[in-house]
Design a protein around this ligand. Structure first.
Ligand SMILES: Cc1cc2nc3c(=O)[nH]c(=O)nc-3n(C[C@H](O)[C@H](O)[C@H](O)COP(=O)(O)O)c2cc1C
Length: 180
């Protein structure tokens, strides 16, 4: 564990030193972490709490948790009745904003998870791949126009040709209308 925890802060400290040397107060620095791995010797919540403690002592502008499902509960090393994000949020105790992500496709999805109080910000991955104009649609009050699957007959919505959309999504990462 001690050795596992040496590299991340060394990288963060070097990046913060470079920012300070260049007097770039406007340059935000965050850290994205994977909270748990299923393998026997994989990362557990115990490791993640230790990493969070190390990171929260540094001047980061955000922590971002890499998850497939926003609501995923802890597997090992913490209360498995609680979500990973809830637990990490509690652990960092407001030291910096937390970003959550995972299978959120609509404006309501984003609002609902913000209501959990587990995160300060929400990230959207696949939703933005499907709707390259996702933020614009919300800004314009057109939430109803947000697509939740790639419409292969209107591939321009996701900014890539039909063949590429099919290849990119071929691993069942998301629904592709007419292709899956
Ligand atoms: C094609 C693809 C590649 C991804 N690669 C990574 C990766 O290299 N590292 C990582 O932490 N997460 C990776 N993810 C997970 C995403 O960052 C994100 O956590 C996940 O897609 C859930 O959010 P979403 O439902 O909004 O897309 C990947 C997801 C997809 C679909």
């Amino acid at each position: 564990m001690e050795n596992r925890l040496r590299f991340p802060p060394a990288v963060v400290d070097a990046v913060i030193a470079a920012k300070t040397a260049r007097r770039r107060d406007d340059f935000i620095i965050g850290y994205r972490l994977s909270p748990e791995e299923p393998q026997e010797n994989g990362i557990t919540m115990t490791d993640t709490f230790a990493l969070a403690d190390t990171l929260k002592a540094r001047a980061l502008q955000y922590l971002h948790v890499s998850l497939w499902d926003f609501h995923k509960k802890a597997r090992r090393g913490a209360d498995s009745c609680r979500s990973r994000l809830d637990l990490i949020h509690e652990r960092i105790g407001g030291a910096c904003p937390l970003i959550g992500v995972g299978n959120l496709f609509t404006a309501d999805d984003a609002l609902n998870v913000l209501d959990t109080g587990w995160v300060e910000f929400v990230g959207m991955g696949k939703a933005v791949l499907i709707n390259s104009d996702f933020a614009t649609l919300i800004y314009q009050g057109r939430e109803a126009d947000i697509a939740t699957e790639i419409d292969s007959s209107h591939a321009d919505r996701c900014g890539c040709p039909r063949s590429k959309a099919g290849k990119m999504m071929g691993n069942r990462w998301m629904q592709v209308d007419g292709l899956m």
